[in-house]
Design a protein around this ligand. Sequence first.
Ligand SMILES: [Zn+2]
Length: 316
Amino acid sequence: MRVDAHLDLAYNALDLGRDLTLPLEALREAAQTPDTPLVSLPSLREGGFGLVFATVFVDPKRHAERLYPEALRQLALYREWEERGLVRLVRSRRDLETHLRAYPEDGVLGLLLLLEGAHVLPEPEALDELHALGVRMVGLTWATANAYAGGNAEPAPLTPLGEALLRRMEALGVALDVSHLSDAAFFPALSHFRGPVAATHANARALTPTPRHLSDEMLLALKAREGVVGLVPFNTFLDPAWTRGMPRLPLNALFAHKTYLEARLGRERVGLGSDWDGGFGLEYVPMGLEAHRDLERLGDEGFLGGNWLRWLQTWL
Ligand SMILES: [Zn+2]
């Protein structure tokens, strides 16, 4: 089974108004956005992607006055999809085993719920409710600094509230996604948190030198914690000189990051975290990639899913 470790599905549905139950071609015809859509539930199925880490991502500006209610609204959508038989929430090891058995027969997409950005939490204890609704992974920040930690766009350290949230995550059995953490928060977060860690969507900073990506020191620390990194097929993240309007990059730009990450982490610790439609569309991805079915060009079944599944089986 293939795994994509980062997709903002609820954000796509609610903020961008896309009906993700439609085939990708229909979404593309109906698109009101300047970016051409890359993801729909049928296109994931067509690509053999049976499990995705589906985010609760609440745009901090757009929903500034109602962050937590918007997070609940996204979770309610995932629940509604589950009730309609479109997805299966994976909340436990047992759910995962059930899903692995059922998927080849029914093709129902599994969702592992990931909170991208703790800015939605009014206090660390609020995580208990989100956990009860299925959230099993948390990234402390999304780009900006918040009450818990600094992000890649706004450097700041881990705060005492951030430490309290990490303790809450540990107690609940929730994993830490280190993507988007600022350098000043990354290492303190790892040392305050004893639970499972991963970077669902980040590339190599050595090749794309911005704070959004993982430095060699970070990769070493993730390896020591048996974490997995999800590679992002997004031109801006592959080549810092690339901007929209330039020809789409060749796949080699992606392989350079993959090879680099694999050399530092080991091949069994690199997977996929596409983040497709998480702020960019088809115009921003390497040539040869039009939909999830094309991602099989990028690697073997370990890279396409097995590495994430093994990681989940160590802690879920
Ligand atoms: Zn992100």
